[in-house]
Design a protein around this ligand. Structure first.
Ligand SMILES: O=C(O)CCC(=O)C(=O)O
Ligand SMILES: [Fe+2]
Length: 325
């Protein structure tokens, strides 16, 4: 176990209702050895920061996992927002089945997919222009029902670089002043597919162009609340992202642009983030309702291949309900 981490244990005996992590479960402090890593139950949970991220040790995701384990993982996801697993070896079908245990899966309208497993998208730097992932974004917010979460598997890593960062949008919300919170509560924003998927990069051949047009017609800009209430924990989160949010509704364009610029800068503060350095066999599972992520694009011309399955989510609800349109 690493030097500066807190360790907790988790008993995966069965489904437990969500509750914030009690301090009593945090064992010890920072140690030079694994002395603070006390195991009971079958899993060990290593927290990565106070606000976001944990490594779950002792679980083989290849499954099939019993319902109690799925419930345990779901509970951990609600507590930690992004979970990491080391040393896994999932086939694409096992990857898909793992995702399907948490809900119906999304078929991405743009990215290529694994042959025979259309639910598993392929993020391969040799095949797709992935610049849209090298900025802070929440997945698929251009849709009326953005994804609940996603499970990402490292398939081919560059020798160095290619880390991914995640940020907690609940921690970012909590850090706002009370007056700003009240102001944001009443606002909605537009999320636009074309911000991250511009025709100039995703319509280079006539076929790509036709597909892009069809996707854009299916996904006109959609309105979501600026503050989202997590449907399971009830926590409030900032729900705008640089990847897809184009404007704040009901503000003058300059006011909205200034507010969005502030929120994007605020969300990107290191206080709300963790950074993951991938190793072969790593899997990440994030709650897309309360996080943003950023895939660091620092390893070209080397190749990096990741596979992702995406779990369908529900319509975002804010303090005043859903977005209007
Ligand atoms: O490649 C990565 O690390 C993350 C890519 C990404 O944005 C995603 O899978 O949603
Ligand atoms: Fe993403």
């Amino acid at each position: 176990m690493s030097l500066s981490t807190l360790h907790q244990t988790y008993q995966n005996a069965g489904p437990a209702p969500f509750s914030p992590l009690p301090d009593a479960l945090v064992v010890g402090g920072r140690h030079d050895s694994g002395a603070s890593c006390i195991a009971f139950g079958r899993w060990q949970v290593e927290r990565l920061s106070p606000g976001i991220g944990a490594v779950v040790h002792g679980v083989d995701l290849a499954g099939p996992l019993p319902a109690s384990a799925i419930a345990g993982l779901r509970d951990l996801l609600l507590s930690h927002q992004v979970l990491f697993f080391r040393g896994q070896s999932l086939t694409s079908r096992q990857h898909r089945d793992l995702g399907a245990a948490f809900g119906s899966l999304h078929i991405h309208p743009v990215y290529p997919t694994v042959a025979g497993v259309p639910e598993a998208i392929v993020l391969d730097t040799d095949r797709t222009d992935l610049k849209d992932n090298a900025l802070w974004h929440t997945d698929v917010t251009f849709s009326e029902t953005p994804s609940l979460g996603a499970i990402l598997v490292a398939r081919h890593l560059p020798e160095t670089g290619g880390d991914t960062l995640w940020a907690s949008t609940t921690a970012a919300y909590d850090a706002l002043s009370p007056v700003m919170k009240v102001h944001l509560d009443g606002l909605t924003a537009l999320h636009d597919f074309t911000r991250s998927f511009p025709l100039s990069r995703f319509g280079r051949s006539p076929e790509e162009r036709d597909r892009w047009m069809a996707v854009r017609n299916r996904h006109p800009p959609v309105e979501h609340p600026v503050i989202r209430i997590h449907p399971e924990t009830g926590r409030k989160a900032i729900f705008v992202n640089e990847g897809f949010t184009s404007e704040i509704c009901d503000l003058e364009p300059e006011e909205g642009a200034a507010l969005l610029a502030f929120l994007f800068r605020h969300l990107a503060k290191p206080e709300f983030q963790i950074r993951w350095s991938w190793r072969d066999g790593d899997v990440a599972f994030w709650d897309n309702r309360v996080t943003q992520h950023y895939a660091v694009d620092d390893y070209r011309p080397h190749r990096r291949i990741m596979h992702r399955v995406t779990i369908l989510g529900d319509r975002p609800v804010g303090p005043r309900g859903t977005g209007i349109s």
